[in-house]
Design a protein around this ligand. Structure first.
Ligand SMILES: Nc1nc2c(c(=O)[nH]1)N[C@H]1C(S)=C(S)[C@@H](COP(=O)(O)O)O[C@H]1N2
Ligand SMILES: [Mo]
Length: 544
């Protein structure tokens, strides 16, 4: 064991070595497959193992930034581990290298066992961490000795060859150095040597990362392909949105959500890049005639357009993980009819290119009165990449986690008894019909209000059943009927408005909806897991 220094330089040496190695891994991954990045692979495993309460917490606190938070946290953990490996390598070689190597083995295993992986996906981790191990040795060997320790002889019987850094500094291992002046000069020289090596490694890492980004930008080609797509017109167009669907209240959520504002939820740390030219959808499982359909074949089919409000099961009471769009697609029931589901089937397990799956009741997909679509268009343009380009499922009335598979490539006809979607073994219900709900958007809590007429407004939804009424209550008053906006049909949310004659003081406002079956939204509070939150959206307002 060498007793050089106190680890001050060894820790950054570890970080630089590991960082450069991971940057090299990114470069190799950009060439193998951008999704084979060991960091993304590790992140994917973390995402896949998150318990429901933590997922809820992350979505609630960080919203769509939850992935950024995850990747930053991973970065910090990896940096601490790398620093530790540097320190260990200095104190007890080769434990630092062993630690890095062990992490590398885990990363290679994880990358190669991702749902969409090929064995080749282990290569970036192996190359990157292999490089990190070598760099760690090279850098730690050049860690400058502190002025005091430099004068002390290295313990006899030290393991391994003399670290190269000592040779560079012109001090043979184990030889006591000369005068204090010599020592200072040598320490300065060895520090320079170390900084040159560490700096060169860091620069190499940055260059590798930059090169990997440039290579990955090649996959922007998919965006170019997307922009060139001219969507076919709808054989069955959607009814026009009535002008009364938008009440025009300032601050109220628009009836149709513009694509850039549409909420995004998925487990993908990197948006899958799917080229329509290589995309196809397979219909398999318990069917008489399994088949596969290409992008060009799909585009030739008669398309249907339909407004559907998509909602996430993780949505909290009053939450905004819900939006409405006009979808263009081919009815899933036609695809299923062509395959011919067998009598004992009751579920369709749809899968995405990234291995994510949803289990949807077969009857919801074959129902002639429910426009379950294999969607290719969203609000008049091809699906945005983050919303499933080139094709996804949209099923009115079901939460996204059991229906809305993005980047979909397979519909496997099966049984609930035999298969389960991604979220079911993670604490979420196998079936997820959307729950009746309503939300107050205007005014926002904390808005200064004056006594007199105050407009309360929001949205209410009961997808595929339809909203029949919305009522508002202030404090302990009666439930007062709100004005309902128009809608194209039961599959979308509806705006509502109520003009409240506000009096000075503190008040609590509540909202509840009634669906067209006469069911009244329950006040009973339930968390999102396992099958959707319930309770009245309510908050305090001060009028003064
Ligand atoms: N491939 C894939 N599709 C997915 C998911 C996912 O994680 N991966 N999440 C689902 C969930 S939970 C929801 S709520 C909707 C959200 O769709 P959006 O991101 O277009 O709003 O997509 C669904 N489709
Ligand atoms: Mo969701």
């Amino acid at each position: 064991m060498s007793i050089r220094g106190n680890g001050w330089w060894a820790a950054p040496a570890g970080v630089v070595a590991a960082g450069a190695g991971l940057a090299l891994a990114e470069l190799v991954a950009a060439w193998v497959d951008p999704a084979s990045s060991p960091v993304l692979g590790l992140g994917g495993v973390v995402v896949d193992s998150v318990p429901p309460w933590l997922k809820d917490f992350a979505v609630e606190w960080f919203g769509t930034a939850d992935k950024l938070v995850l990747l930053s946290t991973m970065g910090v953990v990896l940096a601490v581990g790398a620093a530790l490996s540097g320190w260990l390598e200095l104190r007890r070689p080769p434990t630092g290298r062993v630690l890095l190597g062990a992490v590398g083995v885990v990363m290679a295993f994880v990358a190669a066992t991702r749902p969409e992986a090929t064995p080749l996906w282990a290569v970036p981790a192996v190359v990157g961490v292999g490089a990190a191990v070598v760099l760690l040795r090279l850098l730690v060997a050049r860690v400058p000795a502190p002025a005091t320790a430099a004068a002390a002889p290295v313990a006899a019987g030290g393991t391994g060859p003399a670290p190269a850094g000592e040779a560079d500094a012109g001090t043979p291992a184990g030889t006591p150095t000369g005068t204090p002046t010599d020592t200072a000069a040598e320490t300065g020289a060895s520090r320079r040597t170390f900084l040159v090596w560490a700096g060169a490694t860091a620069v190499g890492g940055v260059l590798a990362l930059a090169a990997s980004r440039t290579l990955a930008a090649g996959s922007r080609a998919v965006e170019v392909v997307r922009e060139a797509i001219r969507l076919p017109g709808a054989a069955t167009p959607a009814p026009a949105v009535p002008s009364g669907a938008d009440l025009g209240v300032e601050g109220l959520t628009p009836y149709v959500t513009p694509n850039p504002d549409f909420y995004r939820i998925d487990t993908a740390l990197r948006v899958p890049k799917v080229d329509p030219a290589t995309w196809s959808l397979r219909v398999t499982g318990l069917v008489d005639e399994p088949f596969e359909i290409s992008w060009d074949e799909l585009l030739d089919l008669p398309m249907t357009e339909h407004h559907v409000t998509l909602c996430c099961v993780s949505n909290q009471v009053g939450g905004d993980l819900i939006d409405n769009a006009l979808w263009l697609g081919y009815p899933v029931r036609e695809l299923l009819a062509r395959a011919g589901p067998q009598a004992d089937a009751d579920m369709v397990l749809s899968s995405s290119v990234d291995g994510w799956t949803a289990g949807t009741p077969l009857e919801a997909l074959t129902d002639p009165d429910r426009e379950a679509l294999l969607a290719i268009g969203m609000n008049g343009e091809p699906l945005p990449e983050e919303h499933g380009f080139p094709a996804r499922l949209v099923v009115p009335g079901l939460y996204g986690y059991v229906s809305a598979t993005k980047w979909v490539t397979e519909l496997k006809v099966t049984r609930f008894a035999d298969d389960e979607g991604y979220w079911t073994p993670r604490g979420w219900s196998a079936r997820g019909p959307v729950k009746l709900h309503s939300r107050i958007d205007v005014p926002r809590p904390g808005t200064p209000l004056e006594p007199g007429p105050v407009t309360l407004a929001g949205v209410a939804w009961a997808q595929h059943t339809g909203i029949a009424g919305v009522e508002v209550r202030v404090d302990d008053g009666d439930w007062m009927p709100a004005e309902l906006a128009d809608t194209v049909g039961p599959d979308t949310w509806r705006q509502w408005r109520y003009v409240w004659d506000a009096t000075a003081g503190d008040h609590t406002v509540l909202v509840r909806a009634t669906d067209t079956d006469g069911q009244v939204q329950t006040e009973e509070e339930a968390p999102p897991a396992p099958d959707g939150a319930t309770g009245h959206h309510s908050f305090g307002l001060f009028v003064g």
